[in-house]
Design a binder for this molecule. Structure first.
Ligand SMILES: Cc1ncc(C[n+]2csc(CCOP(=O)(O)OP(=O)(O)O)c2C)c(N)n1
Ligand SMILES: [Mg+2]
Length: 356
């Protein structure tokens, strides 16, 4: 692992304020509840395409995004989620109703029914939707970080990768560029034990993903990905290192994917007992215990947060479920980046029906 002791950035994060503690709890609960409702919609056949859940690893998305400057006006930090980072998108400002519309391919959802799950962007809020080809978003986000550096903007980019994604060429090219150019990029490796059915032991021969940080000449840090406070503290160190011009960090979160790759996968390849071992390390339960035993919170305060989350998500669900499916005609819009989608010279003299 790269040495973390020598620079200023290694200073410890001070004790979090009570507001932040409850805020983190809110985001963890919101992520879990939105995904619970999505699973319910999936079983009712209302979700188009796959549903990839982050059950048991919510602390990773939440703890990392909490370290960023989240602004809605296009001046904040920017992240690119992988499929299990719904929590990070919510924190950057994606509305639960929009997420549900997107999963249900509704006409007034973020992509108007063209794409599904977390494949959408909002540059103002600071998230860049991933494309399916694993690894390439590291290069894209290295480019975003390069633009910050060239323009002299005090902004940081963060990109999520699964353990499987680290085995792609795109991951290495992107990370190497970021390292060489000392770009303000945080690369979060969510080591959740599996890439579809392939265990991490068959993904890499290294003992830890952070061992690779030395090979790139960058900072590496490995933390318990199911401890939201630890993830937040490590993320702040990585973000401050990037802001100070120190270049990228490879931040490895050790966690576990408690469900199959997607809802259709009953994970028959997982050894008996493994899931229940990790259930005992559930990040939300653990944080709840910490809040009550160490964080000075009352049970009633936590219940009020859960109640607020239940209400917000139920409201989002009813908005999303009553939203329309796309107009069939809209399928030809935007194909060639034409603002009205009507490209007269491609249709041999047909008239624009809107003009007829
Ligand atoms: C280049 C490429 N290869 C294969 C796939 C198919 N695929 C999608 S997700 C996935 C597993 C990803 O595993 P990991 O990176 O560990 O993320 P996790 O699902 O565990 O969060 C695979 C193989 C793809 N999308 N892109
Ligand atoms: Mg994985």
């Amino acid at each position: 692992m790269a040495d973390q002791s020598e620079s200023e950035w290694a200073r410890e994060v001070g004790p979090p304020a009570p507001d932040s503690l409850l805020d983190l709890y809110y985001w963890l609960q919101l992520t879990r509840e939105v995904e619970r409702v999505l699973a319910n919609l999936y079983r009712q056949n209302k979700v188009i395409g796959g549903l990839y859940r982050s059950l048991g690893q919510e602390a990773g998305a939440v703890g990392t995004a909490y370290a960023l400057r989240r602004r809605a006006d296009g001046t904040g930090d920017v992240l690119s989620p992988a499929i299990r980072d719904l929590g990070a998108m919510l924190m950057m400002g994606a509305a639960p109703a929009d997420i549900m519309k997107q999963y249900m391919a509704r006409g007034d959802g973020p992509t108007g029914g063209r794409e599904t799950n977390v494949h959408f962007s909002d540059y103002g809020k600071g998230y860049v939707g991933l494309i399916s080809h694993l690894g390439v978003m590291v290069g894209v986000m290295a480019g975003v970080a390069l633009s910050f550096k060239v323009r002299g903007e005090d902004r940081v980019a963060l990109v999520y990768s699964g353990d499987g994604m680290t085995s792609t060429g795109g991951f290495h090219e992107g990370l190497n560029l970021a390292a060489v150019q000392r770009l303000p990029l945080v690369v979060v490796v969510e080591n959740n034990g599996y890439a579809y059915s392939t265990p991490t032991s068959k993904q890499t021969a290294a003992a830890a993903f952070t061992d690779k940080a030395d090979g790139y000449g960058i900072r590496g840090e490995r933390v318990d990905g199911n401890d939201v406070l630890e993830v937040w503290a490590a993320s702040r160190r990585a973000v401050e290192h990037a802001r100070a011009g120190g270049g990228p960090t490879l931040l490895e979160l050790v966690t576990y994917r408690r469900l199959g790759h997607a809802e259709h996968d009953s994970q028959p390849y997982v050894p008996a007992g493994e899931v229940s071992e990790w259930e005992a390390r559930d990040p939300v339960d653990r944080y709840e215990r910490w809040l009550l035993e160490t964080g000075g919170m009352e049970a009633g305060e936590l219940e009020r947060v859960r109640e607020r989350v239940r209400e917000e998500v139920a409201e989002a669900r009813s908005v999303a479920e009553s939203s329309p499916m796309p107009e069939p005609r809209s399928g030809v819009d935007g194909v060639y980046a034409h603002e009205r989608g009507w490209i007269p010279w491609t249709r041999g003299g047909l008239e624009d029906p809107d003009e007829a």
